[in-house]
Design a protein around this ligand. Structure first.
Ligand code: FES
Length: 170
């Protein structure tokens, strides 16, 4: 990992309780092919893979850190930075694009003060543009965590952000 990447990760990394990572490692340590389940389990615990947890995994599974970071950067499912409590996804597939997704995206950018694949400093929101979510009949489509919002409008963006701004972070 380059120094610049390490620094970027550290900047947003809150204090990490490694007992959670140790529990996941304990569960899989004697199993063959345990790296992926350990990484997935650690991400399930923290919502991302903290750098200190990646280093711990390398040490306890006796693999090179470079191997771990190779896996983490290859698979899009893994996240190296903390993610927001609420993951907002806006579909930019063809049907949604035609129905006005770019304006929906821009309105979320304005409201949240972040861009694509970014997280607000308070860790409330992560925003992502995504490919077709498979519900083109509801275009333009947005999701917040597991909730789906169809026929999105600029007004609906404001309502969604107002709603999630009121919700607790924990
Ligand atoms: S293009 Fe957006 S749901 Fe299919």
């Amino acid at each position: 990992m380059s120094d610049a990447v390490a620094q970027q990760i550290e900047e947003q990394e809150p204090e990490v309780d490694l007992s959670l990572a140790n529990s996941v490692i304990d569960k899989y340590i004697d199993l063959p092919g345990n790296l992926m389940p350990v990484l997935q389990g650690v991400q399930d615990e923290y919502g991302y893979i903290p750098r200190v947890a990646a280093d711990l995994i390398a040490e306890r599974l006796n693999v090179y850190p470079s191997q771990i970071y190779g896996v983490l950067t290859f698979y899009a499912q893994f996240h190296l930075k903390p993610r927001g409590r609420f993951i907002i996804r806006v579909c930019v597939g063809t049907a949604c694009h035609v129905q006005g997704a770019p304006r929906i995206v821009e309105t979320f950018f304005d409201k949240l003060g972040i861009g694509h694949a970014e997280t607000t400093p308070d860790l409330r929101y992560t925003f992502e543009k995504v490919a077709c979510l498979g519900a083109c009949g509801m275009a333009p489509l947005a999701m917040v965590n597991d909730s789906t919002y169809g026929s999105m409008t600029v007004q609906k963006v404001a309502e969604i952000v107002d709603d999630y701004n009121q919700r607790p972070l924990k």
